[in-house]
Design a protein. Structure first.
Length: 278
């Protein structure tokens, strides 16, 4: 009985908290969670109505990091296919001469010089014959064939949503867990899970038809920050410095990481509303 009582901790004794390993962060719980970027592997499946369902893969680790900076880019491509039908583009020299009046001026100077020669009669007759053209040239001086219809924008496509993030990792207890293993996980999610080191022919001989596609693509990732979850996304690039302050084992103590992500598909208005909880 006495030995059992001796093992009971004091009421004011600090509570031991076990580290969360990969998702451990020295500031998690003491700083607003909206200051963090939380990354998870996500997987897609179909429900009974053949609608795609995205869920977090709980068997994979969660990576948390300070979100220092970031931006989101949403972009659509448009073009004006009718503007190439303008005479200004088909006959640029002729239209430029008419628009500026240079064609009419040149014709007038040529007629004035030729009128005093033996061709004067023919020139006079030609001037009378071309009088309607001269009047037309005078009427279009300073004008253009371009109109609003020719400049109508036609939708082409929408690009994937792009996220550019600046993350910060710092170690206060264990640099291997708090920095190195987190960077390792992000980098491993950027590259294919598996690539065969043999030729396709060798893989087909050894594995049959499965050898045609022996590689495994990188996983889809979800990002949760500022109360919003972006998924499914693909990590396009991870840029981390190699030379930073280190501990006695060579583990980096703190570093800033630039990470670029793109959505698996282009978004529509429903996806945007879903992001904002509507």
């Amino acid at each position: 009985m006495g030995n059992d009582l001796a093992k009971v901790p004091a009421a004011n004794a600090p509570v031991a908290v076990q580290p969360e390993q990969m998702n451990a962060d020295p500031f998690w719980g003491s700083v607003s969670k909206h200051k963090f970027a939380e990354f998870n592997v996500c997987k897609t499946s179909l429900d009974e109505n053949n609608n795609e369902v995205v869920t977090v893969d709980s068997s994979q680790p969660t990576i948390r990091a300070f979100l220092v900076d970031g931006d989101k880019t949403m972009e659509s491509q448009w073009q004006t296919p009718f503007e190439n039908s303008n005479p200004e583009l088909k006959m640029p020299m002729l239209v430029a001469g008419l628009q500026t009046g240079q064609t009419l001026d040149a014709m007038g100077r040529m007629a004035d010089k030729a009128q005093n020669t033996i061709l004067g009669g023919a020139v006079k007759a030609a001037r009378e014959l071309l009088s309607p053209f001269s009047q037309f040239a005078e009427s279009v001086k300073g004008k253009t064939n371009l109109n609003k219809v020719n400049t109508t924008q036609v939708f082409l496509s929408t690009a994937s949503v792009r996220l550019n993030l600046s993350l910060f990792f710092i170690a206060l207890g264990n640099a291997k867990i708090e920095v190195e293993e987190k960077i390792m996980q992000l980098e491993s999610w950027t590259v294919p899970k598996f690539l065969s080191d043999q030729s396709v022919l060798t893989d087909v001989i050894e594995q049959g038809s499965a050898g045609l596609f022996s590689g495994i693509i990188p996983p889809y990732i979800s990002l949760t920050t500022h109360g919003k979850t972006y998924w499914p996304f693909i990590i396009e690039s991870v840029s981390a410095p190699i030379v930073t302050p280190i501990d006695e084992h060579g583990n980096r103590l703190n570093l800033a990481v630039n990470l670029s992500m793109v959505s698996r598909t282009a978004w529509d208005a429903a996806d945007v509303r879903k992001l904002y909880g509507n």
